[in-house]
Write a protein that binds this ligand. Sequence first.
Ligand SMILES: [Mg+2]
Length: 191
Amino acid sequence: MTSSPERPLLFLDVDGPLIPFGSSAGQKEVAAASSTTVDQGNPLLARLDPGIGARLIALGCQLVWATTWMEEASEVIAPRIGLPRLPVLEWPDADAGGTPRGLHWKTRPMVEWAAGRPFIWVDDEISAMDRLWVDASHPGPSLLHQVEPTKGLSGADFCALAGWLDAQGHPTSRAACTQGMTERRRPYGGP
Ligand SMILES: [Mg+2]
């Protein structure tokens, strides 16, 4: 890699942050659909905000998928929101110790990927255990940003991310925070 080594990473979840849902029943439905039905007719894809990719790019981070959609995130999600194909966080290798109890499966692989680089994790499933693990095992700056899954990534979320990046010395494009969100997505079960 010859690009700037200190450019922060941003690990991005799909279900919740990009595809909002509004109830535990809805969460199950989303999870089932994302793992079994990724064809063109998946109705959940209508919840994607086509402008959200540009805002993510405006943050100036190196984006990485961190989602059970795996490679299908680049094939199905990315083209609908204006993102290029992105690298994908791999499921942890059981031979390397698997995932300790209470820790999200993404947490250790993210810390290993970052290898000390600053990183952001955007997800709706961040626990206290994840925060403790990252604090103890990641020597660089990190932001574990919890997204409200009924709303998905909002303007306030983007401003929080941009504010953290600015504080870390990685100023973002103003489009990351000041550009109005298109609140076109309806909550799960909405009219
Ligand atoms: Mg999620």
